[in-house]
Each structure stands twice: as structure tokens, then as C-alpha cells.
Write a protein that binds this ligand. Structure first.
Ligand SMILES: Cc1cc2nc3c(=O)[nH]c(=O)nc-3n(C[C@H](O)[C@H](O)[C@H](O)COP(=O)(O)OP(=O)(O)OC[C@H]3O[C@@H](n4cnc5c(N)ncnc54)[C@H](O)[C@@H]3O)c2cc1C
Length: 378
């Protein structure tokens, strides 16, 4: 345990939105934080959309972040599968992209504390000296006062700490796609601009569309992207069939933008033509590389294990209907930082109050996502 003037040394495993949020909040609270991301270079993605939530904006604001690139709409619209216009209501909403959030968090967190190509796959508690050490293959072990595991939905840390917790398949998948405005037919851009559009598919499930920042988080009209998500029911056999990539390999949870076989995309486009509003079917058909995510629930009974804690998707995996996974990661991070700061040198008390608050929050988010799924997805 460090002396009273020495800031707590904190290691974060995982440098995506959860790990970076933890880094930003804990660094802002005065702790000595190092974030380790196993990916060897800055993460790139063609960036799907994320609905902007207050928790993330608050974390950014409180820690002096540059402005987050956002797009916005003024109208929410419910189209009908047979081509009808459906209901329209005024409902202003801001959107961003994974890429924009990642870039903003990276710009806020000190670069010399972000270590790429560094996997913390093994950790151990110690009875004397620094209470925790962590390391990875070919790496010397690093000692610290606390390890924060932000290693995502497939978290190996969670599997090790909570071997009985499993993810439960929700019975449907999300097809997602992004289409550069510049590559989209002008009628599609005009039709979807300034709206958050929903449509219930004929056989259940729904599809939604909104406009997000484009490459480099650019929000100039003409450089943005149309972003869509379509929830489609799939029993376990169908899910496993969908998770086979272009090279015939089976995946566990998702297929990326360049992995979906042409025949699977063809079937999706054909299904869209039968099932959803014609403009949405046209959007699906115009998207060259849709990608797939299976929808699962992960609910955990604890977030703190001695001097190790779980955060973001490594803790609870909530359904995307909540539009809240990034916001949850940001809130986990802010609550952890303020609980540790308030508890001063009583780290265990700080971790205890973090867990009490965020366990309840995680469970409530999970329940909310399941309820929304019942209403919308099946
Ligand atoms: C590249 C990428 C793109 C994404 N795009 C979207 C999107 O467009 N829309 C959306 O809603 N959500 C997206 N997500 C998911 C979204 O980031 C999360 O749901 C949410 O923000 C919570 O994130 P997380 O940091 O807890 O988990 P994740 O985002 O899954 O991040 C976990 C990170 O931990 C790293 N990691 C795993 N094990 C170790 C280890 N042992 N040591 C060090 N590092 C490790 C992984 O490489 C990964 O970067 C994306 C995630 C990633 C990684």
C-alpha cells in the first residue's frame, strides 16, 4: 500500500471505450493509471453508430475532453412495412460513432499512459507488497494497487473470476450496416436525413436508421454515413449458420464488415425486399458490407474481487436497444473514480461503494434491455 501522498497505481486491461473511460476518469481523479490494450495499433473501424447519452458527455466534460463529433435529427418516424408513412413525431436526438468516441477519449487520455500491443492476460493477488500484479505472454509482470478489467463482452477476466457465469443468447441477431453518404443514392440521403427512422418488419423484429459522423469523425453533409441496425429472429441453428464467414470458419459472437459471405448478404437483401419499407430495403441493398452481432445477456453477481474489478462489457452485457453500452462503461468509470477518491486511502471501501451502485445499475440496464427486446425484437 503506498504512503499517503503516493497516488494509487491502477492498471486497466482493455483500451476500448470502457478502458479509456476508466483511464480518463481515474487520471482526472489524480490516480496513477496505465491502460493496456492488446491491439497493436490505434483501433480502426468503419464505425457504426452510437446514440449519444448524458453519462458519456458528462465524463468528457468533467475531464476537459475536446468536443465529441455528433450528428443530430429533429424527427422520429415509424414507417410501415407496406410502404406507408406511419407516425412522425418531433424528437431531437444526437448521434455519434464508435470511431468518434474512441478518438475523443484517446485525445483526452495521456498518450504515454496508453500501451498498445500489451495484453494483460494473467493476474495474481499478493499478501504483501503491492496487492496485485498482471502480465501477458513475453511481458514482465507489472505491480499495482488495483486492476480494472475492461476486456469486453468476451472477457477472459470475467470467465476466470466468475466461471459459472455464461452469456445467454436472446434468440435474435442484429444485422448492422453503414453506407457513406457519398456512395448512397441521393434519394436515400434525402429520405433519411434529419430523422431517426424505425420500421417493424413483417415477420417481427425491427430496423432503425440514423445518420452518423463519417471517416475522421467528419460531420460535414456529404461525408457522413447512414447507419442501420436490423434485429432478426434466428434460432440457435440459424444463428450458427449465419456465423460462418467467407472462408467457411465458424465464429462465436459476431462477423465483421469483410467477413460475411456474399450468399448471406444476398439472402439478407432479398429478405429486406419482402419484410421492410421499400426505402429501408433499398438502403440494405445499397450497403456493400453489412456485419452481424448476436444478441446476448450477461448478468454478474459481483464486480469486485479483492483488488480486481470488472467494468463495461466485461461486467454486464446489455442489449443494444438500451442504446446504453458506452454510457454504462462511462458511468462505471466515473463512479469508480469518484468512489475511490471519496474513500481516500481506504481502497476496499471505495471499491465496495462502486460495486453497490454499479451492480444495481447493471442489473437494471439488463432488465430494461430484455423488456425492450420483448417489445421490439421478436
Ligand atoms: C473495434 C471496436 C468497434 C466497436 N464498434 C461499435 C459500434 O460501432 N457500435 C457499438 O454500439 N459498439 C461498438 N463496439 C462495442 C462498444 O465499444 C462496447 O459495447 C462498449 O463501448 C463497452 O466497451 P468495452 O470497452 O467495455 O468493451 P470492448 O469495446 O469490447 O473493448 C474491450 C477491449 O479490450 C481489449 N482486450 C481484451 N482482452 C484484453 C487483455 N487481456 N489485455 C488487454 N486488452 C484486452 C480488446 O482488444 C478491446 O479493445 C465496438 C468495440 C470495438 C473493440
Amino acid at each position: 500500500m503506498p504512503g499517503t501522498d503516493v497516488p494509487l497505481r491502477i492498471l486497466v486491461a482493455g483500451g476500448s471505450i470502457g478502458g479509456l473511460s476508466a483511464g480518463v476518469a481515474l487520471h482526472g481523479a489524480g490516480f496513477d493509471v496505465q491502460v493496456h490494450e492488446r491491439h497493436p495499433c490505434p483501433m480502426e473501424t468503419r464505425g457504426a453508430g452510437i446514440v449519444v447519452q448524458g453519462e458519456l458527455l458528462q465524463l468528457l466534460r468533467e475531464n476537459g475532453a475536446p468536443p465529441l463529433s455528433t450528428t443530430s435529427c429533429s424527427i422520429r418516424r415509424y414507417l410501415e412495412a407496406d410502404g406507408g408513412d406511419g407516425q412522425v413525431q418531433r424528437a431531437p436526438q444526437a448521434f455519434t460513432s464508435w470511431e468518434a468516441i474512441y478518438g475523443t477519449l484517446r485525445a483526452t487520455f495521456p498518450a504515454d499512459r496508453y500501451h498498445m500491443g500489451s495484453e494483460l492476460s494473467d493476474f495474481e493477488e499478493h499478501a504483501s507488497g503491492p496487492p496485485i500484479s498482471a502480465g501477458g505472454e513475453g511481458q514482465s509482470r507489472i505491480k499495482a494497487d488495483l486492476l480494472v478489467c475492461a476486456d469486453g463482452a468476451q472477457s477472459a477476466s470475467r470467465r476466470r473470476l466468475l466461471p459459472d457465469v455464461t452469456s445467454s443468447y436472446a434468440g435474435y441477431v442484429a444485422w448492422r450496416g453503414t453506407l457513406n453518404e457519398a456512395d448512397a443514392p441521393a434519394n436515400l440521403v434525402r429520405f433519411f436525413d434529419d430523422t431517426f427512422t424505425f420500421c417493424e418488419a413483417r415477420s417481427g423484429g425491427h430496423i432503425l436508421v440514423y445518420v452518423i459522423p463519417g471517416g475522421g469523425a467528419d460531420t460535414t453533409p456529404g461525408t457522413r454515413r447512414l447507419n442501420w441496425v436490423w434485429y432478426v429472429t434466428a434460432d440457435a441453428t440459424e444463428r450458427d449458420r449465419l456465423l460462418v464467414d467467407r472462408d467457411g470458419r465458424s465464429h462465436h459472437a459476431s462477423l465483421g464488415q469483410d467477413e460475411v459471405p456474399a450468399a448471406t448478404i444476398g439472402a439478407l437483401v432479398e429478405r429486406a425486399g419482402r419484410e421492410v419499407h421499400p426505402m429501408l430495403a433499398e438502403l440494405v441493398a445499397a450497403t456493400s458490407e453489412p456485419f452481424l452481432q448476436t444478441i446476448v445477456d450477461v448478468v454478474i453477481p459481483h464486480m469486485v474481487f479483492g483488488r480486481t474489478c470488472l467494468l463495461g462489457d466485461a461486467a454486464f452485457v446489455v442489449r443494444p436497444h438500451t442504446a446504453g453500452a458506452s454510457a454504462k462503461a462511462a458511468r462505471d468509470a466515473s463512479v469508480l473514480a469518484s468512489a475511490l477518491k471519496r474513500a481516500r486511502h481506504n481502497v476496499d471501501a471505495g471499491l465496495g461503494s462502486f460495486e453497490a451502485l454499479q451492480l444495481e445499475y447493471g442489473r437494471a440496464m439488463s432488465d430494461y434491455g430484455i423488456a425492450l427486446g420483448r417489445r421490439w425484437a421478436a
